[in-house]
Design a protein around this ligand. Structure first.
Ligand code: FPP
Length: 249
């Protein structure tokens, strides 16, 4: 069966909290890094599913600011997996005209990781078919603090009146202000929390939570997420006169 076409009710922006790599490895008596390696294969698979389904923006929560508290060997392993992922998949980004972007605290990243990311970002900058957005050393709260600081700097310099600060001016200071808010956020491994992900942008996102661990996330779960999304009645706090009862959200 072919994937849905973009004309169906497909999310333009899908964001994923890729959880459960550690447990997947643990269940097999393997080191945690093997779970992250398997999770990297899932990333490749999901990029392909998104392309086939017509999802234009894919944001992946690859490393949170809180993840720096993990054992140094795991952090090192994740960073080298990331570099390898970029090297191994760059040709695919070019082939399918996918722009790579990073959101998060660049200044926290080790120089070679940052250089590799910025090299691929620059090389894919003009690709306009789709975007792969990696959240690295990312936290929603620190993104908002950064935005507040940038606005305060503008205000202190007399270039912005405090009473002119609005949702639009704040949004303009986020890492990727031109990217539309996620329509659908997927979280694997069954936890029911936002974990500091896209706090501003998730205001009206739909959620799909699956107990499946990230390395096991496959076509069945992807299709289930798309089907659940297509069945949702997105009201953004309004009343939908077309739905029975027209209940407010
Ligand atoms: C959460 O699982 C996952 C992470 C902290 C890292 C996600 C990274 C990858 C999937 C691989 C590298 C990324 C890219 C984009 C190539 P966990 O380790 O917290 O799992 P657990 O809750 O079962 O311990």
């Amino acid at each position: 069966m072919p994937m849905a076409t973009p004309t169906d009710n497909v999310p333009a922006h899908m964001a994923i909290i890729m959880d459960g790599n550690g447990r997947w490895a643990q269940q097999r008596g393997l080191p945690r890094l093997k779970g992250h390696e398997a999770g990297t294969e899932t990333v490749r698979r999901v990029m392909r599913f998104c392309r086939d389904a017509g999802v234009r923006y894919l944001t992946l929560y690859a490393f949170s600011t809180e993840n720096w508290a993990r054992p140094p060997a795991e952090i090192l392993g994740l960073m080298s997996l990331l570099k390898r992922f970029l090297r191994d998949n760059e040709h695919e980004l070019h082939e399918h005209q996918v722009r790579l972007r990073m959101i998060g605290r660049r200044e926290d990243l080790e120089r070679s990781v940052r250089q590799e990311i910025e090299r691929v970002e620059a090389a894919t900058q003009t690709h306009a078919q789709a975007e792969l957005i990696l959240a690295l050393s990312y936290s929603g709260r620190s993104e908002l603090v950064r935005a507040a600081r940038l606005l305060a700097t503008e205000a202190a310099a007399g270039r912005l009146r405090p009473d002119r600060i609005s949702e639009e001016t704040l949004r303009a200071q986020l890492y990727a202000p031109d990217v539309p808010d996620p329509d659908l956020i997927i979280r694997t491994s069954g936890e029911l929390r936002i974990s500091n992900f896209l706090l501003w942008q998730a205001a009206y996102s739909e959620w799909f939570i699956t107990p499946v661990l990230w390395p096991d996330f496959g076509e069945t779960e992807f299709r289930a997420a798309l089907a659940a999304f297509a069945a949702r009645d997105r009201r953004y706090g309004r009343v939908n006169e077309n739905s029975p009862g027209g209940k407010p959200a």
